[in-house]
Design a protein. Sequence first.
Length: 93
Amino acid sequence: MATTATNITDARKNLKSLTDDVVDYNEHVIITKPKNRNVVLMSESEFRSWQETLYILGSDENRKALDKSINQMNSGNLKTLSVEDWRQAIDED
């Protein structure tokens, strides 16, 4: 993932190209503005991914569950479910 920077004047002139690169190459563009009022241009999918990550990590309970899962995976404490096992597990809830 690349990050480039451009000033607001050039961003206006090249908006279509900048937005195409952001989406096509998963880039971020820092658009510099006077008085350090800079902005970052990113794709919608990247933005939504960041929102989801912030939501998941924003709760102690979610963060602890994620840490527990990562520790289980790293220790090899995994269980592989077949499609049928998965369906049964869902139906039990």
